[in-house]
Design a protein around this ligand. Sequence first.
Ligand code: B4P
Length: 189
Amino acid sequence: MNLILFGPPAAGKGTQAKRLVENRKMVQLSTGDMLRAAIASGSELGKRVEGVMQRGELVTDEIVIALIEERLPEAEAAGGAIFDGFPRTLAQAEALDRMLEQRGSRIDLVVRLKVDDEQLLKRVAGRFAESGRPDDNPESFSVRLSAYNDQTAPLLPYYQGQKKLVEVDGMGSIEVVAASIDQALDGPR
Ligand code: B4P
């Protein structure tokens, strides 16, 4: 199964993807994690994206599509993947559909985590205090939220049109949200 975890920044996509990896032995493809690993390694790519990410802007489609394409064989071998934080633009969504189609595969389900802005701000402030992730500061977070509203949220009708979109209330505790995601994955579609 190929699943997209969709939602605004700090909605819990990464948190829930990690749980699915543990419980269901699924493969997680997180563009955010891949980009942070590139920065940590000091690679050329890392140097190119560091400022963009710190400001809270989106990295170019070309870069993230290439990162995902590189990892698709791994997803294929595992029988599918959780796409976490990808796609974030229409160009990325169309590229993903094309890349999967070339491999005789497709997206099966898009789970949208619905969380209001006030709750997102609380979560990100909590993580900033704990880990100091540079893009969790209030200024960058407001840029990330605008990027979501302007460039990512318009993907919802794209997946709705494909009848793949399922909405999950992401406001509850991690466990409560996890149970709702399980229901969406295991329930009738
Ligand atoms: P990501 O790494 O994807 O970060 P995110 O959207 O902010 O986080 P996520 O929704 O995964 O939240 P998390 O579980 O961590 O992207 C970072 C940056 O990378 C982007 O801004 C962009 O620059 C770049 N990028 C990545 N992909 C890209 C793409 N495709 N195209 C272009 N650029 C791209 O949860 C957040 C916090 O909330 C955590 O502290 C967690 O513990 C807490 N939490 C989660 N669920 C909770 C719950 N139910 N209750 C209470 N707390 C909860």
